[in-house]
Design a protein around this ligand. Structure first.
Ligand code: NAD
Length: 261
């Protein structure tokens, strides 16, 4: 299976799971559109590394996924450069952990905008080209929290359940057009997003950070292990294969058994 001749846009790919997915897709020959925040020098190094290691072309867009105009500009720039977006991975995401009565409304709005509404906008922009090509793959990186809830995560859980519903609807609307759309739902992966929520959860639940890691995070996963970014990226890559052409509208758990319990 090669992705030569294809272009993949991966939102939130300057870190964690998104960076791993972008690297693995580049390894299969896809041109890559990186997106996300971070140190500009470091992002440029990652972009050049992808090009040099894999002999592919990679561009970077600093678009803020909470801003529909910047999303439109990012897709426009990618289409100008590569002519098509064949694979869209909606991965950018943020978290805030706090009980609902004190949950800051601006944190709610930002989580909804980045974790859910951004995917609506990117999908709307890429679908016309995918329909014209009679081929497209849309992967939404959801979460075990698209299937179950945890205290303190009202906005994140609502957004990820919404992302699962969005994936199903897009799957039905594109079912006869050579396009698939599904979500991957990881359990806990030790990325900056999780590192940040350990102290927040400790505060929200009156626990120490060690207790949060052992009794909240790893306790949720029957395997008692973190999922790795490589394992999530592997699931995303499988879904690129012709064997996966009938997998659409699905919610694929990569969560160490969390949502089976
Ligand atoms: P991460 O913090 O390492 O990466 C998040 C990425 O999103 C970064 O590149 C960041 O710059 C980007 N980003 C944040 N806000 C943005 C914005 N406004 N516009 C553009 N980019 C923005 O986190 P991660 O753990 O790799 O998370 C990636 C995805 O996986 C998220 O959607 C997250 O909800 C999901 N997820 C993570 C876990 C986990 O345990 N880490 C579990 C389930 C699901």
């Amino acid at each position: 299976m090669t992705l030569e001749g294809k272009t993949a846009l991966v939102t939130g790919s300057t870190s964690g799971i998104g960076l791993e997915i972008a690297g693995r897709m580049a390894g299969l020959g896809a041109s890559i559109v990186l997106n996300g925040f971070g140190d500009s020098g470091q992002i440029e190094c990652e972009r050049q590394l992808l090009q040099e290691e894999h002999g592919i072309a990679a561009m970077y867009s600093p678009a803020d996924m909470s801003d529909p105009d910047q999303i439109a500009q990012m897709v426009g720039a990618a289409l100008d450069r590569f002519g098509a977006i064949d694979i869209l991975v909606n991965n950018a995401g943020i978290q805030h952990v706090e009980d609902i009565e004190t949950f800051p409304p601006e944190a709610w709005d930002r989580i909804m905008a980045i974790n859910l509404t951004a995917a609506f906008h990117t999908i709307c922009h890429v679908l016309p080209g995918m329909r014209e090509a009679d081929w497209g793959r849309i992967v939404n990186v959801a979460s075990a929290h698209s299937l179950v809830a945890s205290p303190g995560k009202s906005a994140y859980v609502a957004a990820k359940h919404g992302l699962s519903g969005l994936s199903k609807t897009v799957a039905l609307e594109t079912a006869e057009d050579g396009i698939t759309c599904y979500c991957i739902s990881p359990g806990y992966v030790r990325t900056p997003l999780v590192e940040k929520q350990i102290p927040e959860t400790a505060k929200a639940r009156g626990m120490t950070e060690d207790q949060v890691t052992r009794d909240v995070i790893l306790a949720a996963q029957p395997t008692k292990q973190f999922v790795t970014a490589e394992q999530v990226a592997g699931a995303a890559l499988f879904l690129r294969s012709p064997d996966a052409a009938q997998i659409t509208g699905a919610n694929l758990s990569v969560d160490g058994g969390w949502t089976a319990a």
